[in-house]
Design a protein around this ligand. Structure first.
Ligand code: CS2
Length: 496
């Protein structure tokens, strides 16, 4: 379909004018809600929403999604104006295909009406809550998973004002659900946290304890609330004006909530759903008893390598991950990271070869149609690096092995946190611990050794055994010295 200038808006009325293969798989507006989702970002729209729609199309069930955006009022307004419809464009070098997804039954803005979200959590129709709120919204110490409540969360847990944080919404919602006797429910973390099901369970029990919750409610949560672990995977960059233009071109109508994603998608879910769940396995998800090995594989061999490409790429001035992959020697260094460090650090799921998986990951990163910005992946390093790189380091070192390439990634992050690229341009430290990191760096001599000491001493990020590891400290300092004095390309050339 040709580009339409001044195209009309995607909404229910526009559906019958769409190409058949671009229409939703379910009749939007006809499915009742059964899932509450927190975090309406691009990843949710291109991942869980797609699986859930397909599961409903193939197996039925009232599993429409009520999508809750914590703060993004524009997105909620746009989706409401579009009758909760949005499109997903699947992009590869050779192909592109755009389809409208009809899984959203309703959208809400938590910041505007938190009590409505609490009421939904206490609604017997809602039996599954999925979350994509990013690592930092859990307010857990990234190194160990201890709750570190900020003043807003303290207020959510100790007063009865409307909750303003994600943990506050969950705890208030569970209290209300218990009081309403609304039946069992599962809370499903779809964020890239280590052992995300256990982390979310830990978050809820620490928050309940902080709030002085009666034992009867704590016992009810233990018995009636599932916390399945998951491994989620699909590369979905933040949408840009180009994403919207491509959707308009494919659909002939304007979709201001359009997202674009790679063809690859994977979802591994522990089957812990006391209140029932969509038939996600019909849509290709894998339901299992223990997602741990899959999650470790993905966090270390995909996300860890992604962060490596993001920090080294951003320092070298690359705008996207695909550009970074084209830097001379970077792919070789990432292959050595995968083969010598990541693969040696853990036992993968049965039948998976980490090096082969890593090759597939590098091919995905190189997809030229996906313009994933290095700075987007580089965000929130303090929340990401523990599970992506520091666990690899800790497991290798505990086994008496070197962690040479993982040490390079840590050095690249430290250099990134110091705030300038190789050409002197400023780099943004977009991180919830930015102040803490900057203060630590400012308090030491401005040498590579000083910076490494400062960062290894950040105990909410770095576990004590890693901070005390003299060999690792020497390796990270050597890499940071090279990066500081020579920049990324010569450091890679010298190493590969
Ligand atoms: C990325 C992830 O932004 C990031 O930190 O590493 O969002 C990555 O694209 C997804 O986890 C892929 O499944």
């Amino acid at each position: 379909m040709a580009v339409t200038v001044g195209a009309s808006r995607l909404d229910l009325g526009a559906l019958r004018r769409l190409p058949i293969d671009a229409r939703p798989l379910v009749r939007p507006g006809t499915v009742a809600a059964g899932v509450l989702h927190l975090g309406l970002g691009a990843f949710h729209r291109a991942h869980q929403a797609v699986y859930t729609e397909q599961a409903m199309a193939l197996a039925g069930g009232d599993w429409g999604i009520v999508g809750v955006a914590p703060r993004n009022a524009d997105l909620v307004r746009i989706l409401a104006a579009q009758d909760n419809l949005f499109s997903v464009s699947t992009l590869s070098a050779a192909d592109r295909h755009t389809r409208v997804v009809g899984a959203l039954a309703d959208v809400r803005l938590a910041a505007a009406d938190p009590r409505a979200v609490v009421a939904l959590l206490a609604d017997p129709a809602i039996r599954v809550v999925t979350l994509t709120v990013t690592e930092k919204a859990y307010q857990l110490d990234p190194a160990g998973g201890t709750l570190r409540p900020d003043p807003a969360l303290v207020a959510d847990l100790t007063t009865d004002r409307p909750p303003a944080t994600v943990p506050g919404l969950l705890v208030r919602g569970l209290l209300a659900r218990h009081a309403a006797d609304a039946g069992p429910i599962s809370l499903v973390s779809c964020d890239n946290l280590p052992a995300n099901g256990r982390r979310l369970r830990g978050l809820v029990s620490q928050a309940l304890a902080y709030a002085g919750t009666p034992q009867a409610v704590v016992d009810w949560v233990d018995a009636q609330v599932g916390f399945p672990g998951t491994m989620v995977d699909r590369i979905v960059p933040a949408s840009t004006p180009d994403t919207l233009a491509a959707a308009r071109h494919a659909l002939g109508v304007e979709d201001l909530a359009a997202v674009a994603a790679e063809p690859y998608t994977q979802w591994v879910i522990e089957d812990d759903f006391p209140g029932g769940r969509p038939a996600w396995e019909r849509a290709g998800a894998v339901l299992c008893v223990d997602a741990g090995p899959w999650e470790r594989l993905k966090l270390r061999a995909l996300n860890g390598v992604h962060s490596a490409a993001a920090y080294l790429g951003a320092l070298a001035g690359c705008e996207t991950i695909a550009d970074a992959l084209a830097l001379p020697h970077l792919a070789t260094v990432l292959r050595r990271l995968l083969a010598e460090d990541v693969a040696a650090s853990f036992t993968p799921p049965d039948g998976v070869d980490v090096v082969d998986y890593g090759e597939q990951v590098l091919a995905r990163f190189g997809n030229p149609a996906i313009r994933h910005r290095t700075l987007q992946v580089a965000m929130d390093g303090s929340q990401k690096l523990p599970q992506r790189i520091l666990h690899t380091i800790a497991d290798l070192r505990a086994a008496g092995r070197p962690a040479r390439w993982a040490a390079l990634v840590l050095a690249a992050w430290i250099r990134f946190a110091q705030g300038s690229a190789d050409d002197g341009r400023p780099l943004p430290l977009d991180d919830p611990l930015a102040d803490r990191i900057r203060t630590a760096l400012a308090a030491v001599p401005p040498t590579p050794a000083g910076a490494v000491d400062a960062v290894l001493a950040l105990d909410e990020i770095v576990p004590p055994e890693t901070a005390a590891d003299a060999q690792l400290r020497t390796d990270v300092t050597a890499w940071l010295t090279d990066l500081t004095h020579h920049g990324v390309p010569p450091t890679l050339a010298g190493a590969a």
